[in-house]
Design a binder for this molecule. Structure first.
Ligand code: DAH
Length: 348
């Protein structure tokens, strides 16, 4: 037989089952077991009953209440599960989606060459120095014994910037790394001021250089590496030994000859172009120019702040871009600067 209690429990189950959210479920709960819910009201009515009736009726009401609480707990759990499932679905990661890959990078071929040059010269006791790319007229030209009307100073050959130096002459984008000879010597003298002896100067200065020039073998921005060795008794013979050793180590070959071809530079006297020749391989037999060099001109030594009677030595300037072309067989300089990954990847 269905009692009033059975029907209350049934309608509670129905109400809970229809509650779509936890908040609405709590509202439904209040109707049955809240402060003035239907079960609560029945409990209050017990007081009016006789003792034995109170017992059996009380037990029945309690049972109904427990049934309602069980139904409530079940529905709470169901709603919580539902919510979790929705959340998991919303936040799901599609692990089958291909990832975004980062390819390993690599050094630019010219930077590889620069590092090789630095390593080799460092092993011969040369310091490595860095200097400004925007340079004064005095450092780029005058200090290096260039006469005032030297063509290298012209706007057709050298880039100028819109800033004037103290001498009223605009700064230039350095057309060579040679100004580093004088800059380094000045820093060296300052560093050892007050010392009993000043060590000799042995340095290379690699870096970017600029000229008004652009074709398959010339780029308006290119690289040079300057070298300078000044001491009490440093001669052309030392230049030959150092540079020959450098070339053999750079190209990893003893199968290579050097030629010092007389030339002219304002900052050296005598001066020579250095050519190399491979005996084997694709370039065999051709003389290839790799550097300018010479004995540092006395006037340049004076401009460094040194006495040419005390300091003598050699300087050279080479082109890492060219060396890179020879080492890897690159035939167009512009490939270096176009950023084509297919080209650059080969050096990774
Ligand atoms: N500065 C010269 C150039 O850019 C290269 C050079 C030649 C540097 C002879 C030197 C040197 O130090 O002794 O063409």
């Amino acid at each position: 037989m269905t009692t009033d209690l059975d029907s209350i429990v049934a309608s509670a189950r129905e109400a809970f089952g229809q509650a779509p959210t936890p908040a609405e479920l709590e509202n439904a709960k209040a109707q049955f077991i809240g402060k003035s819910g239907r079960i609560t009201e029945l409990m209050k009515g017990l007081a009016a009953l006789a003792v034995d009736e109170k017992k059996s009726r009380g037990a029945a009401i309690n049972q109904a209440k427990q049934a309602i609480e069980a139904a409530l707990a079940e529905r709470r759990q169901a709603l919580a599960d539902q919510e979790l499932e929705l959340q998991l679905k919303a936040e799901a990661l599609d692990v089958s989606l291909p990832g975004r890959q980062r390819e390993p990078g690599g050094l630019h071929p010219v930077m590889r060459t620069m590092e090789r040059i630095e390593q080799i010269f460092a092993s011969m006791g040369f310091d490595v120095a860095d200097g400004p790319e925007v340079e004064s007229d005095w450092h780029s030209f005058t200090s290096l014994n260039n006469p005032p009307n030297h063509p290298a100073r012209s706007m057709q050959d050298t880039f100028y910037v819109d800033i004037q130096g103290d001498d009223g002459i605009p700064y230039n984008l350095r057309p060579h790394t040679s100004p580093m000879q004088v800059r380094y010597a000045h820093a060296h003298i300052k560093k050892y001021a007050g010392h009993a002896v000043m060590p000799e100067i042995r340095v290379i200065a690699p870096g970017r250089t600029y000229r008004v020039d652009s074709d398959a073998t010339h780029s308006p921005m290119f690289h040079q590496c300057e070298g300078l060795w000044l001491g009490e008794n440093v001669s052309f013979k030392d230049l030959k030994v150092v540079f020959t050793d450098f070339c053999r180590r750079f190209f990893e070959s003893d199968d290579l000859q050097l030629r010092f071809r007389p030339s002219f530079f304002p900052f050296t006297e005598p001066s020579a172009e250095i050519d190399i020749q491979f005996r084997h391989g694709p370039l065999a037999g051709k003389w290839l120019e790799v550097a300018g060099s010479g004995q540092v001109h006395p006037q340049v030594v004076r401009n460094m702040g040194l006495d040419p009677e005390q300091f003598i030595g050699f300087a050279f300037g080479m082109g890492p871009d060219r060396l890179t072309m020879l080492r890897y067989g690159v035939n167009d300089l512009r490939l270096y600067f176009e950023g084509d990954i297919r080209f650059l990847k080969q050096f990774r």
